[in-house]
Design a protein around this ligand. Sequence first.
Ligand SMILES: [Zn+2]
Length: 147
Amino acid sequence: MREVALAGWALVRAPYLSLRDGLAEAERRLNEADEHELPVGGWRRLRDADTEQARTAAVNDLLAATLAGWQLAEHQGRWRVRLIPELYVDPAELAAVQVLVLLVEAEGWSRLGRCNRAGCERVFLDWTNSGGRRSCRVHRPAPVGRS
Ligand SMILES: [Zn+2]
């Protein structure tokens, strides 16, 4: 059996604010999965999966369909990893998958939740420090102390 390497980086850690843009994009694609469908149907399968194994299989299909490879590239005076999307893939979609993977790597699947509002079918990604989110963006309680 071929030996498989895990990525060599440290896990991302809270606060996950730096992942917010990509996670918001992932959340949008999860909830609008029928309109932004890859051939593999990964976002819809991820949204509807009942088990962590099924969620993981859906994410791995998304990775296989979106990511063509890596390059090391200079960016704003630093060396960064440049992710190369498959030709037909929107780079924002690849970034959405990527940050979702980083969040799951750090926190497990508990950060992908289903809205607790009766009758709401939406799912959400929770990038709060506490991991205490229970409702989707539409039904999120108003922040305390702000109008
Ligand atoms: Zn909701």
